[in-house]
Ligand binder design. Structure first.
Ligand code: PMV
Length: 330
């Protein structure tokens, strides 16, 4: 069969969860145990081009051919899109070229921007007419957090109970535009993938169920706080929710510990800032890096405090980012 000449390029931005997704109840469909709420950033993005002109799927990230498990994961995702488009066999094999402005595998949400960009580009290359909800559901299948990067600003991922009901949607927050200082203490590849860490936590941690139970209250509180633009309430809930998530992992068997001495030093600097009257609140994902929520006018001071706290800490100040979108032809 003749190769399909279509191609599309999309850009998506990373998001940081303020109420976390941690644990799947259905690994195949990527259905989470809890709903989550995030902020999409204007820093850290992925730009992905999909060309439907290949004999077999070829995937490059930052110019390097992808192999092994990472390759299989992208191919499984492309298979989903091909199934949606009614293509099978050699039809619709893709060349995927992805460029990140975010370090991959360091708990900096590269899989969120990556699979959101791939969902938008692959759907367009296949000529699929999909609305943002369908794109969110599709992106979710690549990486749970990617369901939220389909949207700009704040996004709520409904846990749902099946494929159709588990998707993200934007949360309106008129006039609320906090800053997020990304304090990077280590951008190396994490030793345990979030996928494995989640699985181990759900299966072995005695603290997992209590965290799930408390997540509903955090989510309701966060939704109300974001909607009314209350930075202190958002920050307090985000910090306790993240620390609780890390507690579940620390209690897993064997323990998963992403937080390093440098993480703790930055957390101390956030506490110090609060004692000095600065509204600054921390959250951490599947890695040692710290993301600090604050008012934009305090971001310089917050970044300075984080850098001073740990010898090799570099900082990026982010604001609210846009939805995933198609860009001009490659
Ligand atoms: O989307 P995944 O499978 O990379 O999981 C992301 C999990 C956290 O970043 C730790 C939390 C979240 O909600 O983004």
């Amino acid at each position: 069969m003749a190769a399909d000449p279509r191609s599309a390029t999309a850009v998506a931005h990373a998001n940081i969860a303020l109420v976390k997704y941690w644990g799947k109840r259905d690994a195949g469909l990527v259905l989470p145990w809890t709903g989550s709420l995030s902020m999409t950033l204007d820093a850290f993005s992925t730009r992905t081009t999909v060309h439907l002109d290949a004999d077999e799927d070829r995937v490059r990230i930052d110019g390097v051919p992808v192999t092994g498990e990472q390759y299989r994961r992208v191919v499984a995702f492309l298979d989903l899109v091909r199934a949606m488009a009614g293509r099978s066999g050699k039809a619709g094999k893709a060349r995927v070229d992805s460029w990140n402005t975010v370090p991959t595998g360091a708990g900096l949400a590269s899989s969120a921007s990556g699979f959101a960009a791939l969902a938008v580009a692959a759907a367009a290359a296949h000529g699929l007419d999909v609305d943002p909800t369908a794109l969110s559901r599709l992106a979710r299948r690549g990486s749970g957090s990617a369901s939220r990067s389909v949207f700009g600003g704040f996004a709520l991922w409904h846990a749902g109970h099946d494929d159709a009901s588990s998707y993200a949607e934007p949360v309106p927050s008129p006039g609320f535009a906090p800053a997020m200082v990304i304090a990077m203490v280590d951008t190396g590849h994490k030793s345990v993938s979030s996928r494995e860490a989640m699985r181990r936590t759900v299966e072995t941690s005695p603290l997992y169920r209590p965290w799930v139970d408390s997540a509903a209250e955090d989510l309701a509180g966060m939704l109300a706080a974001v909607t009314r633009g209350d930075l202190d309430a958002v920050g307090e809930i985000a910090e306790r929710n993240a620390l609780g998530m890390h507690a579940t992992m620390l209690a897993a068997r064997p323990a998963v510990r992403y937080l390093s001495p440098a993480t703790v030093a930055v957390l101390d600097s956030v506490l110090e800032l609060r004692r000095a009257g600065v509204s600054a609140y921390a959250t951490m994902d599947a890695g040692p890096n710290v993301k600090i929520l604050c008012y934009p006018e305090d971001a310089g001071r917050v970044a300075g405090a984080a850098s001073a706290a740990s010898a090799h800490c570099s900082t990026v100040v982010a604001g609210l980012g846009p939805s995933a979108h198609l860009v001009g032809r490659p």
